[in-house]
Design a binder for this molecule. Sequence first.
Ligand code: NAD
Ligand code: UD1
Length: 335
Amino acid sequence: MILVTGGAGFIGSHTCAALSEQGLPYVVLDNFCNSKPSVLERLARITGQRLTLIEGDVRDGALVSRVLREHGITAVIHFAGLKAVGESVADPLKYYDTNVAGTVTLLSAMRAAGVRTMVFSSSATVYGDPVGSPIREDAALQPTNPYGHSKLMAEQLMADLDRSEPGQWRLARLRYFNPVGAHASGLIGEDPQDVPNNLMPYVAQVAAGTRKELSVFGGDYATADGTGVRDYIHVSDLAEGHVAALRYLQDHAGLLTVNLGTGEPVSVLQMVKAFERASGVPVPYRIVDRRPGDVAAYWADPDTAARLLGWKTSRNVDQMCADVWRWQNGEARRL
Ligand code: NAD
Ligand code: UD1
C-alpha cells in the first residue's frame, strides 16, 4: 500500500489517477490547506474506485505513524508542501516548517515503522539561476528564495539519510520543471484560489474572459522572441514519472535524483499562440516590465530519466493547452 501525502493537490491527484491506472493501491493524507475534498470525489469518478482519505497534517508524527502502521504502508510519495515563491519570501518559517520539518517528521515515522521507500517532489527551483540549459542533474544548486532553499534542504536530508544507512533506503528526488495541463477527463486540474502567479492558469483565465489581458513579463530577454523560456510538462506525464520512479526503487536501493521535464524550450508567446489554437479564442496580451527574480530561460536535460526510468513525456504543448481549456470550461472546477 502506498501513502500519497498531498494527494488532493494538483500533481498528487493526477498521480493518484496514474497509480489507479497501473492497479497500484494507495491512501491519501491531506490537510486541505491548498485543495478541496471534492477533488477526491472527482478522482473516484475517474478511477471507478472508492478512495481512502485521511484528513490530517504531515507534521503530525503520531498520526503519520498510525497511518503507516494501520494501512500497511510500504512506500510513500510525498507531495504535501507549500509552493508559492512570494509567500515563502514573506513567511519563510511557514515554508521551512511544512517543507522541511514536515519531511523530517515523515521520514522519522517511516524509519520507526520500517518503511524506507520515498518519492519526493523536488523542483527545478533548486538550480536557481542556471549557468546554461539544458540543465543536467549535476548542475550547480543555488536556489534564490526560501521556497527553493526548503526544497534543497529536504533533498539534502534525504542524501544524508542515505549516507548514514547505506543500502537501507530507497529514495527518489524528482526535480519537476513547469507542470501544467489537466487530466484528459476534465475532472481534475490546477485550481489556484487567488490571482494566478503562473503563466498557464493566467492564460486560461484570460481566454475564458475572467481576466482582461495577460501581462507578459519582459519582451527583451536574449531569447528567440524576447520572452521568457521554460520547459512545460503535462501533469499526466509528470504523474507517470512518479510511477516509473517507484518501480525503479523496487529494484534499486539508494538515492535517485532525476529531472522530470520534456527537454523542449517554449517561450511565453509560443504558449499564448498554442492556447489560442487549442481554445479558438484570442488571448490578448501586453508586454510589461520583467518580473523581479525571473530567469530568462531554462529547460531540462531529461536523459537521466529516460535512461534510468525508461520514462519520457508523450504529451505536447497543444495537448497541455487543450486539456487546460477543457478543465477551465468544465463544471468540475466549480465543485
Ligand atoms: P498543491 O498545493 O496543489 O498540492 C499540495 C497538497 O499538499 C495540497 O492538497 C495541500 O492541501 C497539501 N498539503 C500542504 N501542506 C500539507 C501538510 N502540512 N499536511 C498535509 N497536506 C498538506 O501543489 P502541487 O502543485 O500539487 O505540488 C505538489 C508538490 O510538488 C509540492 O511539494 C510542490 O512544492 C512540488 N512542486 C510543485 C511544482 C508546481 O509548479 N506545481 C513544481 C515543482 C515542485
Ligand atoms: C515559477 C516559480 C518556480 C516554480 C515554477 C513552477 C517564481 C519566481 N518561480 O517559475 O519556483 O518551480 O513556477 O511552475 O515564481 N509569465 C508571464 N506572465 C504571467 C506569468 C508568467 O509573462 O502572468 C512568464 C514568466 O515571466 C516566465 C513564464 O511565464 O517567463 C513562466 O512563469 P511561471 O509559470 O510563473 O513559472 P516560473 O517563473 O518558471
